[in-house]
Design a binder for this molecule. Structure first.
Ligand code: ATP
Length: 451
């Protein structure tokens, strides 16, 4: 983690510069829900694009899909979510605060895990009041489909995107005529009625997931599991995360979900400590077997090599867009002294930066407006860009540094004579003069190097 980034600084920057706002803020907000502003939506889209490119576009064994958020409720019976997707909840009888009992146990005795241990904590960590015994609380949001609100019309907002992939396994296999190993990737919203949302956008009630279900022949699962752990870890480093802030941790047996044979987590050193960015689980054949059983459909795969029908095993890399958003920001955040002033700078990877190029006329002098607008027209066809002519040029550079814009293009009075502009680089603050005729090529060289 950048030692200079605190959650407070980040929240303030995100609000001030239009990255993240509290949802329905004018009404006092609503816990666990966030809105992404003009620059936030760009960064979020860039994270999703970088992921899609790495796991779908650049591979020949993964295809994409986009399933509905609301599914037939039997899906959640088959997946086990209706029975087991619950956290133990306790209330303080004095101050009425609500806590996740297993998280309290974690705080009180870092070594303790699991719900049994939850019963050990009986006092409120805030006021010392007596706590209620833990009650299990299902995290799925319930709704009704159609006009009648009865038991038969109950449906759920999906708490993970994964199940939309499992139920489409046979459809995708038939439609693509692919062989195993085959991955199906999906990006989409998920909803969990978390008992204690918090740490800014780290734990939300509405969030986005990027998940791959990678179907393999049983017996090859462990080797593919290792492959995906490496792939995913390296993806973070390729996008510029500092190596010392990212680690892979294999979960202990008692931390594993009931369906998992083995799980690794990619963790990031957030200001609140090492926390999960992404889980990479070996889900075995649990999901396909359950869906075959509950739907009565044949979800087996015919292995032409051996002439056998098999139920594939599944490796699942599952990451949260919002958590990655926060981690990339923290990792990129830096402050440095420049000529007696503090320069706040987001050293975001160029692929992630919300704005790639800012076009800045040196002043608002009328003569500079037409060439500056022309330069902007050239640039905006290729990259997300911004035109800014308010306040001094130094101020405008700082504003772009603060949101991670890798390149600024300045149009000055010499431009009127020499038909050239200055490119200023965010990290080094180096400036080079290039002819307008060669500007797009010069920007491309800097923005697309290494692609
Ligand atoms: P945690 O232990 O932090 O609650 P989890 O193990 O329940 O997470 P998974 O079910 O494995 O999480 O979900 C996969 C990924 O989805 C997580 O690694 C995380 O990035 C993201 N995610 C899960 N829950 C949330 C949430 N409430 N808010 C934001 N992102 C989330």
């Amino acid at each position: 983690m950048s030692t200079k980034a605190t959650v407070e600084k980040l929240v303030s920057l995100c609000k001030r510069r239009g990255l993240v706002f509290q949802s329905s803020e004018i009404y006092g907000g609503i816990g666990g829900f966030w809105d992404y502003g003009p620059l936030g939506v760009e960064l979020k889209n860039n994270i999703k694009q970088a992921w899609w490119r790495a796991v779908v576009q650049e591979r020949d064994d993964v295809v994409g899909q986009d399933a509905a958020i609301v599914m037939n409720p039997t899906v959640w019976r088959a997946s086990g979510h209706l029975d087991t997707f619950a956290d133990p909840m306790v209330d303080c009888k004095e101050c009425k605060k609500r806590f996740r009992a297993d998280a309290l146990v974690g705080e009180v005795a870092a070594s303790a895990h699991g719900h049994e241990a939850a019963a050990e904590v009986t006092r409120c960590p805030e006021c010392g009041g007596e706590l209620t015994p833990p009650r299990m609380f299902n995290l799925m949001f319930k709704t009704y489909v159609g006009a009648v609100e009865d038991d038969a019309s109950v449906a759920y907002l999906r708490p993970e995107t994964a199940q939309g992939i499992f139920v489409n396994f046979a459809n995708v296999l038939t439609a693509t005529r692919k062989k195993l190993p085959l991955g199906i990737a999906q990006i989409g919203k998920a909803f969990r009625n978390e008992i204690t949302p918090g740490n800014f956008i780290f734990r939300d009630r509405e969030f986005e997931q990027m998940e791959i279900e990678y179907f393999v022949k049983p017996g090859t699962d462990e080797q593919w599991h290792q492959h995906w752990v490496e792939e995913r870890y390296n993806w973070y480093l390729r996008l510029g995360m500092h190596k010392e802030n990212v680690r892979v941790r294999q979960l202990d047996r008692d931390e594993l979900a009931h369906y998992a044979k083995d799980t690794y987590e990619v963790e990031y050193l957030f200001p609140m400590g090492w926390s999960e960015l992404e889980g990479i689980a070996n889900r075995t054949d649990f999901d396909l077997r359950r869906h075959a059983e509950f739907s009565g459909r044949d979800l087996e795969y015919f292995d032409e090599e051996t002439g056998e029908h098999i139920v594939p095993f599944v490796i699942e890399p599952s990451a949260g867009v919002d958590r990655l958003f926060m981690a990339f920001l923290i990792d990129a955040y830096d402050e440095e002294e420049v000529r007696g002033e503090t320069r706040v700078i987001l050293r975001l990877h160029k692929d992630l930066a919300p704005i790639k190029v800012a076009v800045l006329p040196l002043s608002r002098q009328e003569k500079l407006v037409p060439p500056a607008r022309e330069v902007w027209a050239l640039v905006r066809k290729h990259w997300m860009s911004q035109y800014d002519d308010a306040q001094s040029i130094g101020r405008r550079y700082r504003r772009q540094d603060e949101v991670g814009t890798p390149l600024c293009v300045t149009v000055d009075f010499d431009t009127l004579e020499d038909q050239a502009v200055t490119i200023r680089e965010r990290d080094s603050m180096e400036q080079v003069r290039v002819p307008i005729a060669g500007l797009v090529a010069a920007l491309r060289e800097r923005l697309e190097a290494g692609d």
